[in-house]
Design a protein around this ligand. Structure first.
Ligand SMILES: [Mn+2]
Length: 430
């Protein structure tokens, strides 16, 4: 029998809402998972990527992570991991540093056997480079095999990776795929293989409403009845409370009604997210946010979607503002990468709270993919206006087609203006 904790998407170092308290929360969640691993005496902790939120974690994040890994190591429990899209670098991975320190094992195409299970790893690979993958894994003679991978796999939301194809092309018959990347926990069976996401361990976006946790996975060859079996159980984590308040205002209702709605919840130390809709009077988000923090909330954010609609009516005289925007975007001759960003910002399919992360990921995937840097070149649009900077508003954040100019670094405390690909060599740290 092999019993492991399967976790991922820890995002250590993420100062969500620019809050140092939130930054600590992400590390604390990792520590809580490791505490459970030690207390439960599991055989290994399997981490499916995105241990760090950023490619360049800061020293406190690294030191905090190392001390947590050291506790696990002191308990004699191996930490097996792959590299996610958030933390992947070109000049060696942080995970390699931890391996060099004896605190982790980086999984790959050779088996790492724990008990009666062989673990393999597949780091995140951008979509454009997946055709080159041959899914060649070395043989093993364990009773079970598990593939730990980072990416958006079918049959779950936002999937772009064909799980059936991975399983069919792999040289090893996997009993389970232990995944990271999708922050929503889920489990399914694909062609006789269990496929599961444990979800993130702290809410990395407002769309992550359900409780956070991790998986406890048991590979048990001697289970009752003698049947081979893989058992996946979900364990809950006690994380930062998030309070979601919907204030649907009727005519004549305003800030007082929103405050009343907010007051109905336990706000103590919570992240409070208020969504204002309906016909009522305008409200001032900052005043409501201040009210919530006065009532004990750690952080409060008010979204009043009605404001946006009102502005659109005043400023745009076209019958359909969306048409006007589309028309303008076509004229701008944006690069493929910029169009990607534009689409993420404007599309209804990407929730507002996910826009930042989606944009970051799309740009990073392009930068990661050396063959794809042409995507940052300005398109030769039929308007021929590529050099007509007098007409193109230069306050357009994505319109200048400049490659690798840290397009996502605005206001992010860790985005210090250096290109994301010019990584400091791991040797500098050893
Ligand atoms: Mn993630």
């Amino acid at each position: 029998m092999t019993r492991v904790i399967h976790t991922g998407d820890t995002h250590v170092g993420y100062a969500q809402y620019h809050s140092p308290v939130r930054r600590q929360d992400f590390l604390d969640a990792f520590a809580a998972v490791i505490d459970d691993a030690i207390e439960g005496e599991v055989d290994a902790v399997v981490h499916a990527g995105d241990l760090f939120h950023d490619r360049r974690p800061e020293l406190p994040d690294l030191m905090g992570t190392i001390s947590v890994l050291r506790r696990l190591d002191d308990a004699g429990i191996p930490f097996l991991a792959v590299v996610g899209n958030h933390e992947s670098t070109r000049g060696g991975q942080w995970l390699d540093l931890f391996e060099r320190l004896g605190l982790a094992t980086r999984l790959g195409d050779e088996p790492t056997v724990v008990g009666d299970t062989a673990f393999y790893g597949l780091d995140h690979v951008p979509v454009s480079r997946r055709d080159d993958l041959d899914y060649a894994f070395a043989d093993h003679d364990a009773d079970y095999a598990a593939l730990v991978a980072h990416g958006l796999f079918e049959p779950f939301g936002y999937a772009d990776w064909d799980t059936g194809e991975v399983l069919a092309e792999s040289d090893v018959a996997f009993d389970a795929m232990l995944l990271g990347d999708n922050h929503t926990p889920d489990v399914a069976e694909v062609d006789g293989t269990w496929v599961t996401y444990p979800g993130s361990t702290e809410r990395a976006s407002a769309s992550e409403r359900e409780g956070r946790g991790y998986n406890l996975v048991t590979f048990d060859a001697d289970a009752a009845g003698g049947d081979d079996r893989v058992e996946i159980r979900r364990r809950a984590l006690d994380t930062r409370p998030f309070v979601f308040v919907e204030a649907d205002l009727r005519e004549g209702e305003g800030a007082a009604r929103v405050r009343e709605k907010v007051r109905q919840h336990d706000l103590d130390d919570a992240v409070v997210l208020v969504d204002v809709t309906g016909e009522g009077d305008p409200v001032t988000p900052a005043a409501i946010e201040e009210f919530a923090t006065d009532q004990g909330a750690l952080i409060a954010r008010v979204t009043d979607r009605r404001e946006v609609e009102t502005d659109a009516e005043v400023d745009v005289s076209f019958a359909d503002p969306e048409d006007a925007v589309r028309e303008r975007v076509e004229e701008m001759g944006l690069s493929e990468a910029a169009l990607d960003v534009e689409e993420a910002v404007r599309a209804d399919t990407v929730p507002d709270a996910n826009v930042r992360e989606t944009v970051k990921r799309r740009v990073e995937e392009r930068i990661d993919d050396l063959d794809d840097l042409g995507a940052f070149d300005r398109s030769e649009s039929d308007s021929g206006g590529a050099d007509d900077s007098s007409e193109t508003g230069d306050d357009e954040p994505t319109g200048d087609g400049e490659p690798a100019d840290e397009p996502t670094g605005d206001g992010e405390p860790t985005g210090d203006g250096e290109p994301t690909d010019g990584q400091i060599s791991m040797e500098d740290y050893l």
